[in-house]
Design a protein around this ligand. Structure first.
Ligand SMILES: [Zn+2]
Ligand SMILES: [Zn+2]
Length: 368
């Protein structure tokens, strides 16, 4: 942790920031389990908010970061970017929040705030790179950022969200990543009453895509590889389920959809879905990073002005809009609450898709 000394942060022997010790859960190396450890958080500066974390959702990115699946993980790694809690301290210049308020923190805790993207409330596309809630570059203390598997987090108020008080707090947590990741494309491609939306994959992202698209008034179809998920999808609000491996069923939806949200996190054939897009329709990939195989055929794209697009999380203003919408429409994630100490087993279960549909850690367990 660079120049960090217990309780104080020094640069060239000059005290630059007071810090405090925080109990957290993380891993010292890619091949190690997560365990309890101590991290440092800065004391609140003028624009900062300190949040006691009550719940933290468990995202696939947490697991991939802990195990260095994407490379670039800095250890010790403390994951967690679906954070909800209660404000315990605010800086002198904080205007949007007060002590005792509920608050949320998602995938980003800072950005340059001056580039074109930041000025347009698109901090997730900050041209200078946003600061991730974990494994990002800590501008205050040096070293890297630590996520929500911890007692408390300190974040500039610009990156803190207001949480609707009428919702189940634990089930709000996954909205901060899974929710906004699917909300942002729904809004960008103008999904509204009567839109025809399809969702590929029924996991943490997919189940939120169904709920949010339905909430916006769209008719919603789930593409699934097997019939086993039909009942669950309909319970979540899907109007129909199309088995993507069944050519006859795929024919039934040829040219149908305005927008397809593809949440599948591994390489897969996108071409069959392009065929189910309406003229000018878009399939947006939100789960998979990398090259497409088999290759993407441009013929149906060109002859139907169809787009294959990508999207990542959402900006702060858009995340607030999504939370307010969820408060109004009573939308939350489907969750299984676990104790912090159960995280390693939860990761193994996630790899087998054995969760409906998001694990959320009850952070009170970290106090034990
Ligand atoms: Zn995430
Ligand atoms: Zn920026």
């Amino acid at each position: 942790m660079g120049n960090n000394q217990v309780g104080r942060n020094f640069k060239n022997n000059k005290l630059i920031m007071e810090t405090k010790n925080i109990k957290a859960f993380g891993t010292p190396a890619a091949d190690k389990s997560l365990e309890q450890l101590t991290i440092h958080r800065r004391e609140v500066t003028a624009k900062d908010i300190e949040i006691e974390i009550l719940y933290c959702g468990v995202c696939h990115s947490d697991l991939h970061t802990a195990r260095n699946d994407w490379g670039g993980t800095i250890y010790p790694a403390v994951p967690g970017h679906e954070i909800v809690g209660k404000i315990t301290k605010v800086g002198s210049d904080v205007t949007k929040f007060k002590v005792g308020d509920l608050a949320g923190v998602g995938c980003l805790v800072d950005s340059c705030r001056t580039c074109d993207s930041c000025k347009k409330d698109l901090e997730q596309y900050c041209l200078n790179g946003f600061t991730g809630t974990y494994n990002g570059k800590d501008k205050y203390l040096g070293g890297h950022t630590f996520g929500g598997y911890s007692e408390k987090v300190v974040v500039d108020e610009h990156f803190v969200l207001k949480v609707p008080a009428n919702l189940n707090l634990a089930a709000v947590a996954p909205l901060l990543c899974a929710g906004i990741t699917t909300w942002s494309p729904l809004k960008h491609w103008n999904v509204k009453q009567g839109s025809k939306v399809a969702v590929v994959g029924l996991g943490g992202l997919g189940h939120m895509a169904i709920k949010l698209a339905k909430g916006l008034g769209a008719s919603v179809t789930l593409f699934s590889r097997s019939a086993g998920k039909t009942a669950d999808a309909k319970e979540l609000g899907a109007d129909e389920v199309i088995i993507s491996t069944d050519a006859e069923q795929m024919k039934l939806v040829k040219g149908k959809f305005d927008l397809i949200i593809d949440t599948v996190p591994y390489v897969h054939d996108v071409n069959p879905y392009v065929g189910t897009l309406n003229i000018s329709g878009t399939i947006v990939l939100v789960g998979y990073l990398g090259g497409l195989e088999p290759f993407l055929n441009t013929v149906p794209m060109i002859l139907g002005r169809k787009s294959v697009a990508g999207s990542v999380i959402g900006g702060i203003a858009e995340t607030q809009e999504m939370l307010d919408f969820c408060g109004k429409h009573n939308i939350v994630s489907e969750i299984e609450v676990i104790k912090m100490q159960e995280i390693n087993n939860a990761y193994e279960r996630m790899l087998k898709s054995d969760v409906k549909y998001r694990f959320v850690i009850d952070m009170a367990s970290l106090k034990n």
